[in-house]
Each structure stands twice: as C-alpha cells, then as structure tokens.
Design a protein around this ligand. Structure first.
Ligand code: PNS
Length: 163
C-alpha cells in the first residue's frame, strides 16, 4: 500500500490544490493532505478552518484524509509511513524552489520520493495569495476556489482578518 502526502499551507484551498489532490487520490492507495500548522506566512484561516475546508471538498474521495503537521515534512512522512510526497507544478518559476525542497527532503528521508504533478492549464496562475487579494478587494473568486467554499472564504476575507 502506497501512502502519499500532499503538503501545503492551503490558506485557503483552491481549485488548483483540489485538482492535484484528486489526481493523487487516483494514483495512490492513501493520500494524506498535510496542512502546515506553524506557517511563517501569518495565515488568514486557522489550521482548523483550513482542515475543515479541505475535508468538505474531499468528502467524496474515500482514500483522502486531512492532517496537520509542524516541524519537518520529512519527519511527518516517516511517522505516517508515507513514501511519496506529491507537489503540484504550475510553471517554470515553481521549479527551482520545488527542486531544492525535493533534494533536501530526500536527504532528510531517503525513503521519501517527491512526485510532481503538472497543473491543469486553467489553474496555472492560481495561488492562495491571489485568492486572498482578490477577495479582500471585493473581486469575485468563483473560478478560483471550490464552489462549496466560495461564500465562506469571501465572507471572511471581506470582513477582515481574524484577530
Ligand atoms: O503551500 P506552501 O506554503 O507552498 O507549502 C509549503 C510546505 C508546507 C510544503 C513547506 O513549507 C514545508 O514542507 N514545510 C515544512 C518544513 C520543512 O520540512 N521544510 C523543508 C525542509 S527542507
């Protein structure tokens, strides 16, 4: 049984993330979506909110579960018995950083293989940061986030950040 991890901040989860998660779920026996707890990025959504949003949009994927982690991803993978790390690649600009991460993670955990899934063309420009900026400025995020989450994300970001 192959356990794969889809890690990220997911602040908030986008259609691009969901596409990568669903394709990973098709490829691997078990997929753990791992939400980074202690992000330096000062997240707009709490880790619990981010996990709940991911659970909602993956409820039709029986081999997907949601977890949170702190510290090194390579250690989390070891604890979970995961041998694959799934990353989405949007553009060449993602490559350098992701390549560095993949090499470092292999050093830290030689049993962990990083697998890149290329994004769908329509999601190439998508990023959580873009979603937040558009929503905060009153723009429509319909094409960027799963439909079932649109109101929740828009309401929160239009009303201002959590304290
Ligand atoms: O969605 P993001 O913010 O691009 O995800 C980045 C993430 C969570 C995958 C990355 O920051 C990460 O793996 N953080 C955990 C700490 C770690 O293991 N860093 C790599 C050391 S080489």
């Amino acid at each position: 049984m192959t356990v794969a991890i889809c890690p990220g901040s997911f602040d908030p989860v986008t259609r691009g993330h969901l596409d990568i998660i669903s394709r990973a779920a098709f490829m691997f026996d078990r997929v753990i979506v791992a939400v980074l707890h202690n992000s330096k990025k000062n997240p707009a959504f709490t880790v619990e909110e981010r996990m709940a949003m991911i659970s909602k949009v993956t409820e039709d994927m029986p081999n997907v579960e949601v977890a949170t982690f702190d510290g090194l991803l390579a250690d989390f993978a070891r604890i979970k018995g995961a041998t694959v790390l799934v990353k989405g690649l949007r553009a060449v600009s993602d490559f350098e950083y992701e390549f560095q991460m993949a090499l470092a993670n292999r050093k830290l955990n030689p049993d962990l293989e990083t697998v890149f899934i290329t994004t769908k063309a329509e999601n190439m420009y998508l990023a959580s940061s873009l979603v937040k900026e558009i929503a905060r400025n009153g723009g429509t995020i319909d094409d960027f986030v799963p439909a079932v989450l649109r109101k929740e994300i828009q309401n929160r970001l239009c009303k201002g950040e959590r304290k």
